[in-house]
Design a protein around this ligand. Structure first.
Ligand code: 2BA
Length: 109
């Protein structure tokens, strides 16, 4: 066990990704998470793998996670008279945001 791959993905892609990752004999833990910017739900996957398996895992993640445009009205603009109005913006939410960390120890009791 060499690396911990943390992948933040969209909820819509999570099920199929978990299926494919499991089919390829990787172990995975699913966490329900929320993005700080959109404040909506996403999925965080924890996957402990050998260093030489990281490339194969990344290929599966890339193949199964789609980039999507999401409309949000988070931003506000100041209107005359100092009132605020929601300002719609489109953001491109990534297929996946991936962190790869070194694992110090891996213990299963
Ligand atoms: P959210 O924070 O909800 O961000 C959703 C999308 O909004 C982002 O997509 C990005 O396109 C945009 N966005 C985020 N912060 C922004 C900002 N300060 N200004 C303008 N646009 C902004 P992704 O970059 O693909 O990120 C998708 C999700 O992955 C994020 O959801 C967050 O949960 C996570 N994430 C991304 N980068 C991260 C990082 N460096 N650390 C921790 N989590 C991260």
């Amino acid at each position: 066990m060499d690396k911990l791959v943390i992948a933040i993905v969209q909820d819509q892609d999570a099920s199929i990704l978990i299926e494919e990752v499991t089919k390829a004999n990787f172990r995975v833990t699913k966490l329900s998470s929320s993005g700080g910017f959109l404040k909506s739900g996403n999925t965080t996957l924890l996957m402990g793998v050998q260093e030489d398996q990281v490339k194969d895992l990344l290929k599966i993640i890339e193949k199964n996670c789609k980039t999507r445009e999401v409309a949000t009205s988070l931003l506000t603009v100041t209107m005359p008279g100092e009132s605020y109005a929601p300002y719609p913006v489109n953001v491109t939410v990534g297929g996946a945001t991936v962190f790869i960390l070194d694992v110090d120890q891996y213990i299963r009791y």
